[in-house]
Design a protein around this ligand. Sequence first.
Ligand SMILES: Cc1cc2nc3c(=O)[nH]c(=O)nc-3n(C[C@H](O)[C@H](O)[C@H](O)COP(=O)(O)OP(=O)(O)OC[C@H]3O[C@@H](n4cnc5c(N)ncnc54)[C@H](O)[C@@H]3O)c2cc1C
Length: 500
Amino acid sequence: MLKAAPSYAFNPQGDGKGKKVLILGGGLCGMTTAYELTKLGYSCTILEARDRVGGRCWSVRKGSHNTETGLPKQTAQLDDGQYFNAGPSRIPHHHELTLHYCKELGVPLQIYNNVNEGAYYFSEGKGPLSNQKIKVREVHNDMRGYMSELLHKSISQDKLDLALSKDDIEKVLEYLRAEGGLDIDNLYKASARRGYTVAPSTGNQAGKVAEAHRLADLISSGLTDPDFYNVAEYTYELQMTMFQAVGGMDKIATALEKKVGTLIKKGAEVTSIINTDAGVKVSYTDTTGKQEASADICICTIPLTVLSNLNHNFSSDVSRAIDYASYIATGKIGLQFKRRFWEEDEQIYGGITHTNNDLTQIFYPSNDYQSNKGVLLGYYNFNDKAIKTGNLSLIDREKLALEKGALIHPQYLKEFEKSFSVSWHKTPCSLGGWALYTSETRESMYKALLKPDKQVYFAGEHMTYLNAWMAGAFESARSVVTEVNNRLSEQRGEYKKVDK
Ligand SMILES: Cc1cc2nc3c(=O)[nH]c(=O)nc-3n(C[C@H](O)[C@H](O)[C@H](O)COP(=O)(O)OP(=O)(O)OC[C@H]3O[C@@H](n4cnc5c(N)ncnc54)[C@H](O)[C@@H]3O)c2cc1C
C-alpha cells in the first residue's frame, strides 16, 4: 500500500486546510509551489501578469507574442509546428529535480546536443584565420596537439620542475602522446581526428586528412580566447548529457498548468504587496480594473528587477536587496529557414557555432532532424552585445542576424523566411535573463531575502545558487513550501518540522 518512491522524494507532512496562500507569478516556481501546497490541502491562488504561464520558460511558436519596452508588439509568424526556445533550451543531466518534475508531470525528454565537434568557431576580423569557418574539431585537436607537444618537450628535457617519479614521468609522456595525438617523434601532426578535406570512400579513396592550422595563427585569430573557446564543453552545467522537452521547453510549463490551472488568474498584474497584522493584502489590475486579494501568506516569485517597481511595505534591508538586484542582459533571435541547410549541406546536427562578433553563438536545433524546415537561434548573446542588439529595432535585429550569420552560412540569404527576437532585459515582466550575484552581494543582499518579510516569502530562480536554471525555480519552490508548511503547521500546534 506504500506510495512508489519518487526519484527525488518530497514528502512534507501537514494539513493546510483553511489556510490561504497567495502566489505571485505563474512561472515554474509559482506553479510548482502551488502544485506542492495544494497536495497538502492549502488553498492557493496564483496571480500572473501575462496572458500565458511559464514566465521565462517560454517557447515561441506561431501566434506567440511579446512587447518589449519602446518597441511595437511582435507576433510570431512561424509555420505550424516550428518553434524555438526563447528561454531555457537545455537541461543538465545532474539537474535531478528538473528531471524529476518532467517525469512526474509526464513531459517526454530527448537528448539536447550541446557539444558538436562539427559546428564552427568563427573569428570575425581577427588574425590570419579571420572570417573562416573552422570546425570545432580542428581547433580542439590542434590545440590539444600543440599543447601536448610543448609539454612533452618540456618534460622530456627536464624543463619542468615537477615532483614526479621517473615512472610517473613516463606515464605523463604516454598520456600526452595520446591526448595530443603526437607522432612517433612526439611532434604534433594533423590526423584524422580533426577531419578530412576528402572523406574516405570506396576503391582507392583512402581520404585526405586536412592540414593543421599553425599555433600562432590560432592564437592571434582569437580562436583560443576564453570568451568563446570551450565554453560549452567545459562548464559544469553544459557538459553532455543534456536534455530538452520534446516539442519545446514550454511543455514543462503547460504540464504544470494542467495541474494547477484552475488556481491561476492570468492577466493579473500585481502592483502592491502590503503586510498587514494578520496576513497580506495584494493589489493587482486585470481587464476589469483594480482588484484586491488577501491571504495568510504570500509567496512572491516575481523577478527582483520587476518587484523593485512595485509598491510594498517591506523592511529597509529587504527593500534595498530588491532595489539593488542585478540581472543579466540577454537576447535570442529565432530564424526560420525553408531548408535545414546546416544539416543537408554541412552535416551539423545540433550544437553551437561560437563567434567573436555580436551574434556570440548560433544554436542549431536538436529536434526534428532531417525534416524540411527548421528554426535556428541566429544569436544568443549576453551583456554589452545583448544590450547593443536589444537596442536595435526588430527589423535591424533580423538584419544583423542575417548579415553576420551569412558570413558563416551564405545559405541564409536564399533560405531565410521569418524571425522573432526576444531581448529579455527589455521584456516588462522579466527585465533580465537571470539574477547575477557576487560573493559580496550574496552576503549583503541575497541573505536579506532568504527570510520572509513578515507574511511575504521570496522564491524563484533568484533565491538559489542555481541562477539561470529551471532547477533554481524548482528547488526554490520546494524550499518555500517546506518553510511555509512548517510555519503554518506550527501555528496550528501540529508542528512537526520536516526538512527538504
Ligand atoms: C535566455 C534564457 C535562457 C535560459 N536557459 C536555460 C536553460 O537552458 N536551462 C534551464 O534550466 N534554465 C534556463 N533558463 C533559466 C530559467 O528559464 C529560469 O531560471 C526559470 O524559468 C525561472 O522561473 P521562475 O518561476 O523563478 O521565474 P519566472 O519564470 O520569471 O516567473 C515569474 C513570473 O512572474 C510573473 N510576473 C512578473 N511581474 C508580475 C506582476 N507584476 N504581477 C504578476 N505576475 C508577474 C512573470 O510573468 C512570470 O510568469 C534560461 C533563462 C533565460 C531567460
